[in-house]
Design a protein around this ligand. Structure first.
Ligand code: CA
Length: 480
């Protein structure tokens, strides 16, 4: 459970469809100077305020931070300029490694998942999909001390009232003995445990499923999985329904992406939609809306109510699609192919976490100080990629880690500066966009995209950087 505006992951996910902005290289703003005396006065006021009425003074004083943590204010105000395309977002969250981890988890926790299904009516793969995307099956819980983060957010900058409530709820959780104080660590915004619940969601929906009397979403997998199922059930999950399907639109069909506009399956059959493999649409969804994450030329989906329950976990359609897709692959126990049937409309698809690690290792080998190799393409890696691209004359030098850059850096297929487009750089008719065509194409290098677009019409897009510094996608060819 993360709230869209407070989650790094969600901020990266916020680019819906083809609109996204800007390039790497924008530095994170420095952490602000926060006055500790102001902070302590604020905590004094909070302790006697109505929001903290249910928190006893022993608990408050024991876990009262001695100083604020400026880094969380920095995170609160940091809108990464680089937002991921949907194909980059999905390729990292649903890769071979995560599907294999999910299949193992399904076998290891099979009995527990069956008990959870019989109590909450939620399919095992849907619980696993959330678990895998939220915390990498319990491996990534967040390390920020929760009381420091939430107390700081309660006293400085925006949304203080909201965070004061979450701070009070976090204290109530340790006061009740559900979670050990030393386990109260999480994201900078206060989401914690294997389900990444905010404290308020914990108090509302966490359950004790292993029967030890504590709702321990940090250390107990049964508690974490059952709490996830309870969350989905609470948000309107329909027992027995799939989340939806990848579908194929009839030729020439046009409709807006609007998953909330639910229609019957008969309606969609009459419109000429089929499953992506061409089979007739089944009737096991009571109603479904059309989701086109990258417009009409990319993968298309009909999604039902259960997709909406995934969405409510993090308020992002791409995030919900990652859970949905991961759950399908875990259910099928097939990690051999993580792409959708219809390819994304791009000539430069996204990379897996292993490929991200390979890129980071290659950057380290080339002398770029990116810290370490963690498979997460963050600010440091993007900046290094951009510097690498600039130094090698690779256009666009946008800091993006896609399949093309992966080939370039791991196989040393970089272009020499002499291959740069001659100046002046052409502008389009609007006079706003400067197209930096990438100088490496599949025909002149051994680069090969793992999945070429296969949609009818076969529209492709290329990233261009406008004179305003904003990256956009433009159509580059059709009908091939
Ligand atoms: Ca328990």
């Amino acid at each position: 459970m993360r709230l869209t505006h407070f989650s790094t992951l969600s901020l990266l996910a916020a680019a819906i469809g083809l609109s996204f902005a800007s390039t790497a290289g924008a530095a994170r703003p420095p952490a602000p100077d926060l006055s500790n005396s102001e902070f302590q006065q604020c905590l004094d006021r909070l302790q006697s305020s109505s929001k903290f009425r249910g928190v006893d003074s022993y608990t408050f004083n024991t876990y009262r931070p001695s100083q604020p943590d400026p880094s969380v204010i920095q995170s609160l105000n940091y809108q990464p300029e680089f937002q991921k395309d949907v194909w980059d977002y999905l390729s990292v969250l649903v890769d071979k490694e995560r599907v294999e981890d999910g299949i193992r988890a399904k076998r290891q926790w099979g009995d527990t998942l069956r008990q959870i299904e019989s109590r909450y009516g939620v399919k095992p793969e849907h619980v696993l999909g959330v678990w895998g995307v939220e915390s990498n099956f319990g491996q990534t819980l967040g390390k920020k001390p929760l009381f420091e983060s939430l107390a700081t957010l309660s006293c400085f900058d925006r949304r203080q009232s909201y965070f004061q409530g979450e701070f009070a709820n976090a204290l109530k959780i340790v006061q009740r003995g559900d979670i050990a104080p030393s386990d109260m660590t999480g994201s900078w915004a206060g989401a914690f445990g294997q389900t990444q619940f905010m404290p308020s969601t914990f108090l509302e929906l966490a359950v004790d499923f292993d029967g030890d009397g504590r709702r321990d979403l940090v250390n107990s997998v049964p508690d974490a999985l059952a709490s996830t199922a309870n969350f989905l059930d609470n948000r309107g999950y329909r027992t027995g329904e799939p989340w939806g399907y990848e579908v194929k639109l009839p030729d020439g069909y046009w409709a807006a992406s609007n998953r909330k506009d639910k229609k019957s399956m008969s309606h969609w059959r009459n419109q000429g939609l089929t499953l992506a493999n061409g089979s007739p649409l089944p009737y096991d969804l009571s109603s479904a809306g059309l989701l086109l994450p990258a417009g009409k030329d990319g993968p298309a989906f009909l999604v039902g109510k259960n997709f909406d329950t995934f969405y409510s976990y993090n308020a992002s359609e791409n995030y919900a699609l990652a859970i949905a897709h991961l759950s399908d692959l875990i259910a099928k126990e097939d990690s051999s192919k993580t792409d959708f049937i219809t390819a994304w409309p791009t000539d430069d698809p996204g990379i897996s976490r292993q490929q991200a690690k390979d890129i980071q290792q290659a950057l380290l080998n080339a002398g770029y100080d990116i810290g370490g190799v963690d498979g997460i393409i963050g600010d440091n890696t993007r900046t290094a990629i951009q510097q690498y691209q600039t130094s090698r004359g690779i256009f666009p030098a946008d800091g993006r880690a896609g399949q093309r850059f992966y080939s370039q850096i791991t196989q040393g297929q970089t272009q020499t500066p002499s291959a740069r487009p001659s100046m002046p750089v052409p502008t389009d008719r609007m006079g706003q966009l400067i197209e930096h065509q990438t100088t490496i194409t599949p025909s002149t290098s051994s680069y090969s995209a793992p999945s070429q677009p296969t949609t009818s019409g076969n529209t492709r897009y290329r990233r261009i950087i406008g004179s305003d510094g904003v990256t956009r996608l433009v159509r580059v060819d059709e009908g091939s």
